[in-house]
Design a protein around this ligand. Structure first.
Ligand code: MLT
Length: 268
């Protein structure tokens, strides 16, 4: 891992392997380590770049709101710092998917493919946005524990919770370790994010849309409608998984993304 400049800020980033650059963008309120199984597997064939978004992991924390657009700008600036000038495949999970859509909107020419995992194209409803803003206050007042308690049961499929309590414990640790100001800034950003549903038809890149069979946050039906709206999208349901597909079923996830990356690389 190293710290690298991203415009005015510094992000922590891991870059491993050589070949077609693939940028993995983590979900909320986690960090690059949610992609450990993908980094290990995919870096045997490609350059895998896994940053911590602003406010998370070892990256710089800024207060106030950090929008999805600002996070996408950070990633474009980071790619410049890393000297990546060939088009990248961008893969984002959940909040990482919101950032990926913003990156596509502003920097489509820098993309070779798009992978949207367990995410949403719709903006928050007014009720959801208001709920997030209440959580901002709570996190700044009390820390991340109430957020961890509220989020964790929704992240995993029931079978994962039963069979892999270690994953639950590990993610709980990560949520508790996240900086409350970084968490609050991203919550504000997600509450004000753009609605991309009418823009999906303009995505002409090869795309892969992945969802866990039991995802209760971004459901199979919602993800299927995203895949249908994008002309060149493949749709894959990862069996036995909830919202955290790369962690819950790493082999199934890796197989799907490896097939997609192989096709993108061949241009077929
Ligand atoms: C995530 O996993 O990144 C979150 O569920 C995104 C959200 O809260 O909308």
């Amino acid at each position: 891992m190293r710290r690298a400049r991203a415009g005015q800020f510094e992000l922590q980033v891991l870059s491993r392997g050589r070949g077609m650059p693939v940028l993995l963008v983590h979900g909320f309120p986690l960090d690059h380590s949610m992609w450990d199984a993908q980094i290990a597997h995919l870096s045997q064939r490609w350059q895998i770049i896994a940053p911590d978004l602003r406010g998370f992991g070892g990256s710089q924390v800024t207060s106030g709101t950090v929008t999805m657009e600002q996070m996408a700008d950070d990633l474009a600036a980071l790619a410049d710092t890393l000297g990546i000038d060939e088009p990248i495949v961008l893969c984002g999970l959940s909040m990482g998917g919101y950032v990926a859509l913003e990156f596509w909107r502003k920097y489509a020419a820098r993309l070779r493919g798009l992978v949207l995992c367990d995410t949403r194209a719709a903006a928050d409803t007014p009720e959801a946005a208001a709920g997030r803003l209440e959580t901002v206050e709570r996190v700044l007042r009390e820390g991340n524990e109430p957020l961890a308690d509220a989020m964790l049961p929704k992240l995993f499929a029931p079978a994962t919770l039963k069979n892999h309590p270690n994953l639950y414990a590990l993610e709980r640790q990560k949520i508790l370790a996240a900086h409350p100001e970084g968490v609050a800034a991203a919550l504000g950003g997600m509450a004000t994010r753009r609605d991309f549903r009418d823009e999906l038809a303009n995505i002409s890149l090869p795309a892969l849309v992945i969802v866990g069979e039991h995802d209760s946050i971004s459901t199979v039906d919602e993800m299927r409608s995203i895949a249908k709206a994008i002309a060149a999208a493949e749709f894959v349901i990862i069996p036995g998984s909830g919202h955290m597909t790369p962690l819950e079923n790493p082999d199934g996830f890796n197989e799907a993304i490896e097939l997609f990356l192989t096709r993108v690389e061949r241009g077929s």
